[in-house]
Design a protein around this ligand. Structure first.
Ligand SMILES: [Fe+2]
Length: 644
C-alpha cells in the first residue's frame, strides 16, 4: 500500500511541487476528557438553544452538521407540549456555509410568560427538543434569573451548567460574557490534572478559528443541556475576542497577529452565528428586555462598543478624563434613559466588569503587587463614568437598581455608594447612603486567583483587599465556582450563590447553596439571607433529554467518524478540517483530485477518541474540485473541497 501511494505521489509530483509540505496536525492532550460527539444527535450534534425572549417572541437556534457542502432546508416547530401535539408555529430556515450551517429563527406571535418546546428537522432526522420561555407582560409575582459568566473549557468542567439545566423555574439565564476563551491549548487555565485541551490548538485569530472554538464548546454535554432547557440572554466580555479588549485593540492582541479590526469582525460574526442572540443591523449587544411590571433587564456592552484603552496605572494623569469611555456617549445616554424611564419595579443591569467603588488604599501587599493597578480593566479604571452613573441613580431617586456582574472570577456583593469611606454619608450597618446593589458571580469554570497563581496567598490577599478596607463589601468568596440565582418578587430581590462542592477540576461535582443576600423593595442595600429563596410555585416540565443517562454513547461503525466542518470552502491557500472520532482507531486522511488521483496523504496513524483539526496548505493546486477522504478500518467519509 505504501509503495502504491509512493508511486502515485511520484506520478503526480507536479502537484506536490506546488503543494507546500507544512501539513500540521494538532492533537490535544485529552487525559480525562470525554468530549467527542454523540452520534445519536445526528446531524444536530450541538443540540438546540434559545435566547433573547420577549413577551411575544424568542430566538431558537441549532446547527446542522452537513455531510456535503450544500444549502440545507431546516424545518422547525414550536409547541406548548413536549410531545408536540399542539404545534403553534412552524417553518423552514435555509442555512449554508456562509453562516457555518447555524440556524437562528425569531419565532413571533407567542403568548407572554409561557413555556414552549421547539425542535428542528433536516437531512431526514429530528433534533432533541428544547424548552424556552417568553417574558411576561403586565403583572407577575415571581421571576428567577440565573446569572453566569466565564466558562473556560480548559480550566475545568462545566458541571455548574449541568446543575442549571436541572432547574425548572428559571425565566432566563443572563450570561455576562467569556462564553469562550481565545487562548491556545495549554494557555490560560490549562492543567495536566484536568487535561481539557480545546480546539483549535492555537490562539484563535480568524473566522474559522472562532467558529471551531464555538463548535467545540457547544459539544460539551453540560453546556448543551443548559442551553436546551433555558433561554439565554448573552453579552460578550473580552475573551470572545481577546483578553482585556477595548474598542480598537486588546492586551492579548499583538502586531504580529494581524489587523485587530479583521480579528474583531471575525469574532463578532462567529458570535452572532453561534449564540442565540437577535440579529441587528450593527450587531451590537447592548439591549434591554421588558419582564413586565416586575423587571427591566438592561444588558450593557462595556467591552467592545466604545471602551477607551485601559490606563496602566491608577496614577495615570488621564484616569479621570471624562472623555475616557466605557460605554461611549450613545450607550451611556441609552443606559441612563433606560434607568430613568423604566416603570418596572426592578432594574436588572447585566454588566461585564466590577462596578462598585473600590477602596484599595492601605491594603497589604504580600507579593509586591500594586493592588490599585490590578483592577484598571473594571469600572475602577474609569471612575468618572462610574460616578456619572451613580450620580444619575442618586439624583433621579431611581430605586431598585441591581447590577449583575461577571469577569472577576470570584464572588462579590456590594452596596453601591459614591462615598463608601465617609461614615456620615454611608452606613454599612443600616445601608444609609447606598443607592443600588451589585452582585458579581463567580466563574462557571475559569481560574480563581489561587488556581491562576498556584497559591492561596494571593486568594487570601484578594479576600483581605476587598473585605478589609471596603465597608460596602457584603460578600467575598475567592475559591469556588458556580452561579447565582436572582430571585425577584414584589417585596424583595434575593441573590443566591450556588457553589460546586468539589470544584471545577473533577467531573460532575455536586453543588450546594452557599450564601444569599437580599435587598428589600426601595431599600437599595444588601442584607444577609438565612436560606435560599423558595422555588417558584409552578415547576415547568423539562424538555426530554435522551442523552441524559448515557455516559458513553453507543457507536456503530457507520458513525464513528464525523466531519464537523471544512473551512473555508471554497479555499484559496489553507484548509482546516475539523473532525471527531467516537472511538480510538487507525485513520488515514488523503486528498484526491476530481479524477480520483491521489494528491497527498495528509495523515496516517492511530488516534484516540476525540476531536481534531488538521490544517494544511495547498495554495499551488489548480482551481477545481478535490475530495478529502477520511478512511478508517470500518468505513470512510468523503468531503468535497473547492479550490478557487
Ligand atoms: Fe473570565
Amino acid at each position: 500500500m505504501t509503495k502504491y501511494i509512493s508511486l502515485l505521489i511520484l506520478i503526480f509530483g507536479a502537484f506536490n511541487v506546488a503543494f507546500t509540505q507544512d501539513v500540521e496536525l494538532n492533537i490535544n492532550s485529552r487525559a480525562n476528557d470525554t468530549l467527542s460527539f454523540d452520534p445519536s444527535l445526528e446531524p444536530f450534534y450541538h443540540g438546540v438553544a434559545s435566547g433573547d425572549p420577549l413577551s411575544d417572541a424568542v430566538i431558537i437556534w441549532t446547527r446542522v452538521t452537513p455531510t456535503q457542502d450544500e444549502t440545507i432546508a431546516v424545518d422547525w416547530q414550536m409547541a406548548t407540549d413536549t410531545a408536540f401535539a399542539n404545534i403553534i408555529a412552524n417553518g423552514t430556515f435555509m442555512t449554508d456555509e456562509s453562516r457555518d450551517y447555524t440556524v437562528k429563527m425569531d419565532v413571533t406571535g407567542l403568548d407572554a410568560a409561557t413555556t414552549y418546546y421547539y425542535r428542528f428537522s433536516a437531512l431526514g432526522k429530528t433534533s432533541i427538543a428544547g424548552r424556552t420561555r417568553t417574558a411576561p407582560s403586565g403583572n407577575s409575582e415571581h421571576l428567577k434569573f440565573a446569572i453566569a459568566s466565564c466558562n473556560n473549557y480548559q480550566s475545568g468542567y462545566f458541571s455548574a451548567f449541568g446543575h442549571l439545566a436541572k432547574r425548572n423555574d428559571i425565566d432566563a439565564v443572563l450570561h455576562l460574557g467569556d462564553f469562550i476563551y481565545e487562548y491556545q491549548t495549554g494557555g490560560y487555565g490549562y492543567t495536566e490534572e484536568v487535561g481539557r485541551g480545546h480546539q483549535p490548538d492555537h490562539e484563535i485569530l480568524e473566522l474559522s478559528d472562532y467558529r471551531i472554538r464555538y463548535s467545540y464548546y457547544r459539544l460539551d454535554a453540560h453546556l448543551r443541556r443548559a442551553m436546551q432547557q433555558h433561554p439565554f440572554i448573552l453579552i460578550w466580555d473580552d475573551h470572545e475576542i481577546a483578553n482585556d479588549a477595548w474598542v480598537n485593540g486588546a492586551n492579548n492582541h499583538t502586531p504580529n497577529e494581524g489587523d485587530y479590526s479583521n480579528r474583531k469582525s471575525a469574532a463578532v460574526q462567529a458570535f452572532f452565528e453561534w449564540i442565540p442572540i437577535r440579529d441587528n443591523a450593527t450587531q451590537t449587544v447592548y439591549r434591554n428586555f421588558s419582564y413586565g411590571d416586575m423587571a427591566d433587564v438592561i444588558m450593557l456592552d462595556t467591552r467592545h462598543e466604545a471602551r477607551s484603552i485601559q490606563v496602566d496605572s491608577f496614577d495615570a494623569p488621564n484616569i479621570n478624563d471624562p472623555d475616557r469611555y466605557l460605554l461611549g456617549p450613545t450607550q451611556m445616554q441609552w443606559f441612563k434613559d433606560g434607568l430613568s424611564n423604566s416603570t418596572a419595579q426592578w432594574k436588572v443591569v447585566g454588566n461585564q466588569v466590577v462596578f462598585a467603588e473600590l477602596l484599595l488604599e492601605g491594603a497589604g501587599d504580600p507579593l509586591g503587587l500594586e493592588a490599585r493597578n490590578l483592577f484598571l480593566d473594571t469600572w475602577f479604571g474609569y471612575p468618572a463614568k462610574r460616578d456619572e452613573i451613580v450620580n444619575h441613580i442618586s439624583s433621579n431617586n431611581i430605586d431598585n437598581v441591581l447590577f449583575m456582574t461577571g469577569d472577576v472570577h470570584i464572588s462579590l456583593a456590594f452596596d453601591i455608594t459614591s462615598t463608601p469611606a465617609d461614615s456620615t454619608l454611608y452606613n454599612p450597618d443600616t445601608g444609609m447612603g447606598s443607592v443600588a446593589v451589585e452582585c458579581a458571580t463567580c466563574s462557571i469554570s475559569s481560574d480563581n486567583y489561587d488556581e491562576n497563581f498556584g497559591s492561596e496567598i494571593i486568594a487570601n490577599f484578594i479576600r483581605d483587599l476587598f473585605g478589609g478596607a471596603n465597608p460596602h463589601n457584603k460578600h467575598i468568596e475567592t475559591t469556588k465556582h458556580g452561579y447565582v440565582i436572582l430571585d425577584l418578587t414584589t417585596t424583595k430581590a434575593q441573590m443566591d450563590f450556588y457553589y460546586l462542592d468539589d470544584g471545577m477540576r473533577v467531573p460532575n461535582s455536586a453543588e450546594s447553596f452557599g450564601v444569599g443576600l437580599y435587598t428589600n423593595h426601595n431599600e437599595n442595600y444588601l442584607n444577609p439571607a438565612t436560606s435560599p429563596a423558595p422555588p417558584k410555585a409552578i415547576q415547568e416540565i423539562p424538555a426530554p433529554d435522551p442523552t441524559a443517562d448515557v455516559m458513553i454513547p453507543v457507536v456503530s461503525p457507520d458513525d464513528d467518524i464525523l466531519v464537523l466542518s471544512v473551512y473555508p470552502n471554497p479555499y484559496h491557500d489553507r484548509v482546516t478540517l475539523h473532525y471527531a472520532l467516537a472511538r480510538t482507531q487507525d485513520i488515514q486522511i488523503s486528498l484526491y483530485n476530481v479524477s480520483g488521483q491521489l494528491i497527498k496523504n495528509l495523515y496516517n496513524d492511530r488516534q484516540i477518541a476525540g476531536n481534531y483539526d488538521l490544517r494544511f496548505t495547498a495554495a499551488g493546486l489548480p482551481s477545481g474540485i478535490y475530495f478529502l477522504h477520511l478512511n478508517t478500518k470500518e468505513g470512510s467519509v468523503v468531503r468535497k473541497l473547492l479550490k478557487e
